[in-house]
Design a protein around this ligand. Structure first.
Ligand SMILES: Cc1cc2nc3c(=O)[nH]c(=O)nc-3n(C[C@H](O)[C@H](O)[C@H](O)COP(=O)(O)OP(=O)(O)OC[C@H]3O[C@@H](n4cnc5c(N)ncnc54)[C@H](O)[C@@H]3O)c2cc1C
Length: 380
């Protein structure tokens, strides 16, 4: 492949910035990834890779590596605490739609590590982007090193993949429209095998007790048990041991006795950038959209942004002047019209929602449409 003379600066070495970099490099376009931290973020965050994302990561040549590290999920289960399993959605219903008719559960930090391994010198750590300006020939970035010194780098384009706080988005004056959700997310990690308590349990399962619910999610080395914490309960109250045990007991057989490996609690927001483009700067990933984490869609949508942004920049390098505008309009529309409404729907509860899930699972055509939507195959 011929090497382009255009260079792309990327702010942020999270999964989205790194995937955009890998996709551009694959097209022969030089990149420079600027990361504020001294090392990649190793925190436990997103867990789920959906079918179209696995297709993209396969195009990058890393799907097999991820599969070796991850846990393959074959079905989604819905339980009522009193009644037991009432709806099961096998992901093999997608066999005609994708070469990856399943989900992969894996920490996002594993993806980031694999991608960073490909970048070599193109990844600059301790490099915080503190200013961005569109110029006649591209984009100028001011970058602060760990010792406080400022340097300037120039690229033909810049992808802002610098996370939800989005310093580049803020510097460009682009609004991040939306609000926080009222509920926060409480995660309890356990090394116990929850399938031993609930025989036949799928690797992603939702358990309902009236209007409340919890999610169970099997990772390669542990299970995550995820609750919504209402706004009238403080973080300290939610993490209080007796209350934690009562929550576990409400949803899981003998739940109070579960051995807890760790817990955490975080806030979720629903926001989208007013525009995904300003001049030769494109926004992608959390810098462009955030939403609740149930259904595991936000990082996946960010990875889809990454490939779309790389495609648009490659087209712009080839003389297609409208490509960046198309990227911005298309990916923002996907977030507003599909991603945000869908992630709102999956946190619904109540008798009407549960009746719909029951009916959907019982009808093969509706069940296939359900797994297509929950796998994001219509969002790329
Ligand atoms: C606790 C938690 C749990 C989550 N769980 C889930 C989940 O289960 N499912 C799901 O889909 N999503 C989940 N998410 C969201 C998911 O982690 C994000 O959607 C995903 O990380 C987005 O990737 P990104 O690359 O866009 O941003 P990030 O991963 O946030 O990466 C942004 C990078 O930019 C760097 N950066 C920031 N500012 C600058 C700057 N000025 N200059 C240079 N670099 C900069 C940051 O250090 C960081 O490395 C969770 C998030 C959190 C916080």
């Amino acid at each position: 492949m011929s090497q382009s003379t255009e260079t792309v600066l990327i702010a942020g070495a999270g999964p989205v910035g790194l995937a955009a970099a890998a996709s551009l490099m694959q097209r022969g376009i030089p990149v420079r990834v600027l990361e504020r931290r001294a090392s990649l973020n190793a925190a436990s965050r997103a867990s789920t890779f959906h079918s179209p994302t696995l297709e993209f990561l396969d195009r990058l040549g890393i799907a097999a590596d991820l599969a070796d590290r991850g846990h393959r999920v074959e079905a989604i289960h819905y339980y009522d605490r009193a009644e037991g399993l009432f709806a099961a959605f096998p992901l093999r219903l997608l066999v005609q739609d994708t070469p990856f008719p399943y989900r992969l559960h894996l920490e996002q930090s594993e993806l980031a590590a694999i991608l960073a391994g490909r970048l070599g010198d193109a990844l600059a750590l301790d490099s915080e982007v503190v200013g961005v300006e569109n110029t006649q020939s591209g984009v100028a970035a001011a970058i602060r090193a760990a010792d406080g010194t400022i340097r300037h780098e120039h690229g033909n384009f810049l992808i802002a993949a610098d996370g939800a706080r989005g310093p580049v988005r803020v510097a460009l004056g682009i609004a991040f429209e939306g609000a926080d959700y009222d509920d926060r997310v409480l995660r309890v990690m356990t090394a116990e095998d929850l399938a031993a308590r609930i025989p036949g349990l799928a690797s992603i399962a939702y358990i309902f007790d009236g209007a409340a619910s919890c999610s169970l999610l099997r990772m390669p080395d542990l299970w995550r048990i995820i609750f919504r914490v209402p706004s009238d309960e403080t973080d300290a109250e939610a993490l209080e041991p007796a209350r934690l045990r009562a929550r576990l007991a409400r949803f899981l057989p003998e739940g109070a006795a579960i051995r807890i490996a760790s817990t955490d609690i975080y806030r979720v927001s629903r926001r989208v950038a007013a525009t995904y483009r300003q001049g030769n700067v494109l926004l992608a990933g959390d810098a462009a959209h955030v939403t609740n984490t149930r259904g595991g869609m936000n990082m996946n949508a960010g990875l889809h942004d990454a490939e779309a942004a790389a495609t648009a920049i490659a087209a712009a390098c080839g003389g297609d002047a409208a490509a960046l505008g198309r990227y911005a309009a298309t990916r923002r529309r996907v977030a507003v019209e599909k991603l945000l409404p869908r992630t709102d729907r999956v946190v619904a509860a109540g008798p009407a929602f549960l009746a719909t899930i029951r009916e959907t699972a019982a009808d093969p055509a509706q069940a296939r449409a359900f797994v297509l939507a929950s796998s994001m195959l219509d969002m790329v």
